[in-house]
Structure formats: C-alpha cells, structure tokens
Ligand binder design. Structure first.
Ligand SMILES: [Zn+2]
Length: 309
C-alpha cells in the first residue's frame, strides 16, 4: 500500500523527499527527477533522509527455475530448461549489479532447490523484488512467444515493465502478461514475477536460446524492466503520453487465476481472497484458442514442480 502511495506521488509529479525510495537507481533518473532528489524540502530533511550514494540498495532475488535432477520442460526435451534459466539468471545478476543492485540468487549452480526454500529466501528480504527465470515447453512445437506471470496486484508494475522490455526486445511473439497462482508467486510477500523467455520446444526459439548473444539480450531487457519498474503508468489508459516521458505502459493481462489446473486446484483454498478482486475490466481475450489446452498440457507435464514445493 505504501508503495502505491509513493508510486502515485511519483506519477503525480509530487516529488516529496520520501519519493526517493520509489525512484530507480540514479543512472536512470530524468533531469527533473535529479533536481527533485538533489533538493529535498525541509520537511523531508526532518525525516530520515538517506544521503546520495548511501541509500539502501534494493535487493533483487533472482530465481533460476528448476535445477539438479529437475531439468524443467517436458520429457525428451532436447535443450535443458534448467541450464538456460541459470545462464540467463547469471547474466541478469551481472546486469543488475552493474546498475548497483544487491543481487541474491536462489541457486547459482545446477542444484535442486525446493520451491519452499526459494520462497523463504525471497521473503527474508523486506525491500526486495523476486524475479523467476524460466523457458516454456509444450508438445506442440509451433507454439512460441514470451509470457510474464504475476499474482499479487503489487507485482503488476514489475511484470509490466519486464514484459514490456523483454517482449519488445525479443523477436518472439508477445503472449502477454498473465495472472496466475504459481506457488512462488502466491507465497512470496514481495513483488514477484515469473518470466517465460520463449519455448525451448519451438525449433526457432530453442536456437535463439542456445545463442549467448540472445541470452545476454534477454538478461539486459529483464534488467531494464527491473530498473524502470517504478516508471510504469498507473493505468493502461495512459499509454499515450509524450514521447519523451520515461513511462512504461501498464500492460493489460490475461487472468488465469480461475483457470482449471489440477496442480493448482489442490491448493486453491490457500489463496488469498483479498487479492482475487474482479479484473474483468482488464481481461484480455486470447485469440489463440490453442493457448488454453497447450498451457494445460504443459502444466500437467512439467509445472507440478512449479506449483508444489
Ligand atoms: Zn520452468
């Protein structure tokens, strides 16, 4: 709630001293914001003002999906998902560290980490965000594209920013932002997203994924989304802003929270009722009639590890 308050302050152009906590790192500030940060009001001074360069750095917890005996993907998949996830995650770590973020990895090698442990790591940092890196898989080899998942409403700006840059920077199709109750998204108390960086079962996207250049590009676009997350517009109707305004449009999303999934149904009662507010006004109709069954078959075959810890 406080974050939304700060975000609205920021978007309204009311740069009170407290708004520095909602700002991205200094390198991405506009000249106007730099002035605002550099000249705190007396009111702000009487509060806790952290000197320039000594602000608490935002922690980014990066979670490379799967690992160890859990290769991810579907049976007989040629390109192992877990290794691709780890490589993109390690590149993302370098990108974010260069921006000045403190990065925590849930795994930094090819080991299996239970989902509960991943969530516990994320929840142990208060001023943090959680970014899960995955690649998609489905028996239908023609399926392709980038998807970004979130669950809690506080995670939508982060999902929007990351998806905006990754889907915009990748040659793959844009499959949209989706709301869904994956375990790691449902159980984390900080803003959390899960990026599906393309289908390893699609020959073209599998080829992309095996290129170092492409994995580096993915990491840079995700990193850009992390950095620009506080510049996301407060509503999807404000997409048309002046071209020189550093604002990322809030992405419309497909709500899959009531999507029938045997893996998720078992823990349905554990979901927060308060976060299941109506999103019908923002619901986007998918024209891809295949996406439902395809996602379903994928979840049946490979996402049980994602949804149950
Ligand atoms: Zn995965």
């Amino acid at each position: 709630m406080r974050k939304y308050f700060l975000l609205s302050l920021l978007l309204a152009g009311s740069f009170a001293g407290t708004a520095v906590y909602a700002l991205p790192p200094p390198s991405s500030l506009s000249a106007r914001e730099k002035r605002a940060v550099a000249t705190p009001t007396p009111i702000a001074k009487s509060r806790v003002v952290v000197p320039e360069g000594r602000r608490p750095s935002t922690v980014v917890v990066i979670d490379p999906g799967h690992g160890g005996f859990d290769r991810g993907g579907i049976p007989h998949q040629r390109v192992p998902e877990s290794m691709m996830n780890l490589d993109v995650a390690q590149r993302l770590k370098a990108v974010l560290q260069a921006y000045g973020y403190h990065v925590v990895m849930t795994r930094d090698s090819d080991v299996f980490i239970p989902l509960g442990t991943r969530v516990a790591i994320a929840n142990s940092y208060r001023d943090a965000i959680f970014v899960c890196i995955h690649f998609n898989a489905t028996p239908r080899s023609s399926a392709s594209g980038i998807e970004t998942y979130f669950y809690s409403s506080q995670s939508l700006p982060l999902a929007s920013a990351i998806h905006y840059y990754v889907a915009g920077g990748a040659p793959s199709a844009n499959r949209g932002v989706r709301r869904r109750g994956f375990f790691v998204l449902r159980r984390t108390t900080i803003p959390s997203v899960l990026v599906e960086c393309g289908f390893l079962t699609n020959p073209t996207e599998a080829q992309y994924a095996q290129s170092v250049t492409y994995r580096q590009k993915l990491a840079e676009e995700i990193g850009r989304g992390v950095r620009e997350r506080s510049m996301v517009a407060s509503s999807s109707t404000s997409n048309r802003l002046a071209a020189n305004t550093a604002t990322v449009p809030l992405q419309p999303f497909i709500d899959q929270t009531h999507y029938h999934d045997p893996d998720l149904a078992r823990s349905k009662h554990k979901r927060s009722k308060s976060s299941s507010k109506s999103t019908s006004s923002k619901r986007k109709h998918s024209s891809d009639s295949d996406s439902g069954s395809e996602t379903k078959s994928k979840k049946k075959k490979s996402k049980s590890a994602n949804t149950e810890g």
